[in-house]
Design a protein around this ligand. Structure first.
Ligand SMILES: Cc1cc2nc3c(=O)[nH]c(=O)nc-3n(C[C@H](O)[C@H](O)[C@H](O)COP(=O)(O)OP(=O)(O)OC[C@H]3O[C@@H](n4cnc5c(N)ncnc54)[C@H](O)[C@@H]3O)c2cc1C
Length: 319
């Protein structure tokens, strides 16, 4: 069985969701897998992840994110290798690339899987649906099942394997392949800590009361070396940019600690933060839904509690 795994990269290294996809793929083969990336430098970091050959799609088009072109490269390589399954990370971009692959092959895509096994004529999968509120057990009927792996749902496992051999190839691209690609980047004002990667996130909801109410959230976040997040009620009110939004239609995060201040805990919000190892809720409503998902809670007015927390941390740092 030949499984091809699509790898994304960030800052020159394969990102965590891709390494999680590799682990799931190795469970399928019981051995090494083939991988495809658009950046050769990631090869060294793949030692211990069971990739036999890293196929690198080369060409100007791949210098930035280009989902249609990447999908065409995956389709070409999967055919050449005779891949029996194609797996990738279930990130926003991974799912976009795989949607293009599915369209090109006219096949179904099972996105956001947490388990997978081969079955007669396809694959049996368990996947996350409805913003994380439902686990679906499904059979995918397809000659080459296409699966993406739910980020942060599969623990990365390493092996003794060496770094893969690297084979570059120049895929034949359609005329339209370059139509959709990143041509420029505008940095978000994140204070230097990326919401998606932060180990601690301090988020504010409608309970913050105003854009100005985020001053105390920012202060607490700075003391903890944390990123600032928020709920959709906040972005809808224009208090914070959409890049700060946590949730189903925002960023999905998996920090060690998530501090939710004045956030009710709607399912669409929890879909973005349920990967957190610990949740601390600060809310004046003892019946707020977020308390059912919280490991710790402080019931009271966040306008008193958050500054008090910041003062206690500042005092502890000075002691
Ligand atoms: C298709 C769809 C997608 C969505 N995607 C997202 C998403 O990605 N992210 C997201 O967050 N939402 C999303 N939503 C919206 C979601 O359903 C909720 O409306 C939203 O999360 C509510 O935000 P909130 O918790 O800040 O506000 P509220 O629900 O109004 O809750 C405010 C909370 O603050 C508490 N509070 C008030 N004052 C204080 C105080 N002084 N001190 C302490 N606590 C206080 C209240 O008790 C309450 O629990 C989506 C909705 C839909 C329909």
């Amino acid at each position: 069985m030949t499984v091809l795994v699509y790898l994304e990269h960030a800052d020159g290294a394969v990102d965590e969701p891709s390494l999680q996809a590799l682990t799931l793929a190795r469970h399928l083969t019981g051995g090494p897998v083939d991988a495809i990336a658009t950046f050769a430098d990631v090869a060294a970091g793949l030692a211990g992840h069971g990739v036999e050959t890293l196929h690198v799609a080369e060409g100007d088009t791949f210098e930035s994110y280009a989902p249609q072109a990447t999908a065409e490269a995956i389709v070409e390589l999967a055919a050449r290798l005779g891949a029996t399954m194609v797996v990738g990370p279930g990130t926003e971009r991974g799912n976009e690339v795989f949607a293009h692959v599915a369209a090109l092959l006219d096949q179904p895509l099972a996105a956001n899987c947490v388990t997978a096994a081969t079955s007669d004529g396809g694959a049996d999968v368990t996947r996350v649906r409805w913003g994380g509120s439902l686990l679906e057990v499904a059979r995918v009927h397809a000659p080459t099942p296409l699966l993406t792996v739910q980020p942060h749902a599969v623990a990365i496992e390493t092996t003794e394997a060496a770094a893969p051999s690297v084979e570059a190839f120049s895929p034949e691209l359609s005329d339209g392949a370059r139509a959709l690609r990143v041509v420029d980047r505008v940095g978000a004002a994140t204070g230097g800590i990326s919401l998606a990667d932060a180990k601690v996130v301090v988020s504010g909801g409608r309970g913050a009361g105003s854009a100005g109410g985020f001053g105390m959230i920012e202060e607490l976040a700075a003391l903890l070396g944390a990123a600032v997040g928020c709920s959709r009620a906040v972005t809808m009110a224009g208090w914070r940019p959409h890049t700060d939004q946590v949730g189903q239609t925002g960023t999905k995060i998996a920090p060690d600690l998530y501090i939710a201040c004045g956030i009710s805990g709607a399912t669409q919000h929890l879909a973005g933060c349920k990967g957190a190892k610990r949740i601390l809720a600060i809310n004046n409503d003892p019946e707020a839904p977020i308390l059912a998902s919280a490991d710790y809670a402080v019931i009271g007015d966040m306008h008193e509690i958050v500054p008090a927390l910041a003062a206690a941390i500042r005092a502890a740092k000075l002691a």
